[in-house]
Design a protein around this ligand. Sequence first.
Ligand code: ZN
Length: 338
Amino acid sequence: MSNISIALSLADSHCHIGIDCTDSDIDALADQFNNGLVDKDDFFHIMTTYHLDVGFVDRLLSQLKSSVVVAYFGVHPWYSHLFSTEDHGDVDLLQLKKLHYNKVLVPAPSEDLLSVLPVPISLEEHMTKLERLIEIHGHKFKCGIGEIGLDKLFRVPSNGYFGSQLAQNNGATKLSSCKVSMEHQTAVFDRQLQLANKLKKHISVHCVKAHGLLYDIIPRYTSISSVILHSYSGSSDQAKRWITTYKGKKSKLFFSFSNWINGTDNKRCLLEDIIGYAEDNQILVETDVSVDDYLVRGKHEDYFLHLEGIFEKVGTILGRDQDEMVELLRRNMCRSIE
Ligand SMILES: [Zn+2]
């Protein structure tokens, strides 16, 4: 098999729609998917992260003739500050912004940052919208909850959020000193876990430097069908704890590896450790890139190389041949979304 044909036989367990995406990019993507870019069902597991990419995924799903996409609906921790968990009653919009962002950002935002931050979105209304989309598209596409999670290092960009139309100088993203309080991140995360639990869906989880807290929260939700730790960056001891905790449980556990985060040389030992501890049926591969950035811009080979790169590394560590690996990973992917 050539390299690309290997990648075409796999599945991408975690990818995105880019922040520069447009409606016509989505239409072009739908064309490619409808014209048989890949002939496998459930190939592209596309995350949503905030209020804007949800619209793009909805638009994409509405045009697809086959179920080549698995859709994930959620609020990423990098956007959690845009959502309010409280009903502030009858205050004017400026006052509402001030109240909300002063509460969820640490330190409180400067006047400049506050001026570019949007009026907060009601988390409850957003969750209702996501649930509705799952209801509509769930007949044809497998749906999960994602990308959700916790991020202790994230700082709010000085234009308010990644993808804000208030573009920054020369497109470079400057970061403010404001972080989103862990209390707020946890509240937003928790609310989404409740939805996943209620709908018995799988979740794709992001975590940076908050692995202890994440591990304290997720196992409480016992009806989530699969917990997929994407581009896992915790310690190998923490990974071991996850594996032990989920042994024999109804909810399944997966580690999804990307080439650019988990496949680098300095992460080789961690990758070997986790694959060593995990069962073979807990391993997935992903690109964690924005599919439109590659596929609409003619960079197909580069896209598939992301998948092929991590495929080879995982295969080498497991000591399995290509055909076995293709079969294993495809089977694992199917298990992760049942
Ligand atoms: Zn991601």
